[in-house]
Design a protein around this ligand. Sequence first.
Ligand code: NDP
Length: 336
Amino acid sequence: MSIPKTQKAVFFEENGDLDVIKYDDIPVPEIGEGDVLIKNKYAGLNYIETYFRTGLYPSEKPHILGREATGEIVKVGSKVNNLKVGDKVGYLSTATFAQYTRYPATGHILRLPSDASDENLKLVAGALLQGLTALTFIYEAYNVQKDDYILVTAAAGGVGLLLCQLLSKLKKAHVIAYASTDEKLKLAQKAGAEFLVNSSTTSYEEQVKKILDITGGKGVAASFDSVGRDTADLSLAVIGRKGTFISFGNASGPVPPLQLGRLSAKNLKVVRPVLYGYITEPEEFEKYTNQLFHLIDSGELKIYISRIYPLEKYIEAAREFEGRKTTGKIVFEIPQ
Ligand code: NDP
């Protein structure tokens, strides 16, 4: 396969609103002796792209967006012996909103069957990052127990719908879904949520009362809170004695500094996890990817891919996503 010198990619050179995003030609990366070059086919959209673009998370510029993809290996470095040209792969990496990505062969990379269809590649691109996030967090951030009451914010989002399913089916917990529209709550219910809280039509006080009432006044065992600034107080108010606050995202902005003294009244624990901290070791990555794809293949876990956009429509997709108009997962098709 001949590899071109330039490729299309989605990137930014300065932080800002969506108008800093470019979809343009950049060089195809050179690979080192331990790297592979992957020709991407599908790539999943994740909220972290927004944090990099706005500057909430620092990054080198130009910054090519994208954190996961599927595709085919088109070149291998001289010291690579675990992957070969023609292998189909799914992987977690930066710079995947591009036609080609350079990646170390020892990285978070998953070899797919040689007969994997386009549908398989789409599914893996839609499942990998958010699936591993939801799966690792329910064991490692807080090991959820049967019959626990658990609050899930942004419950109809990409991670949210996976949490609803895994918590209800795998962990047999009672899920309280929190989302901004009734349509979103219905989706969360379909994914296994037992109780629904509409964040737009109820006041903060009503939300606290409703969640405490659902739990018989005891409060939830944990809150999986990806919304951040707007929901941190709610989470802390409704988590019960000895409960865990898992603050894992900033969709509404970062959580303001937390006075440790606030934890004392209920002996609370706070965790601020990132996925990579739970899959650092190759055996951790293997264990959780095996479990994730077993759950998907057996039909226990559904990946709700709500829309596929061509990569050139990145800005349109991101506008919908950041405007809270999307549910489930958005996947990009990369031009071949
Ligand atoms: P989602 O599909 O969940 O989209 C974000 C959702 O957040 C929106 O749909 C919206 O749901 C809710 N939201 C609440 N307030 C706002 C706001 N002011 N602006 C925008 N959205 C808001 O995204 P993802 O599934 O990709 O990610 C979910 C969260 O998980 C993100 O915060 C992300 O950073 C985090 N994450 C963290 C990881 C980690 O390793 N720590 C890994 C993966 C994801 P609603 O309208 O219902 O409120």
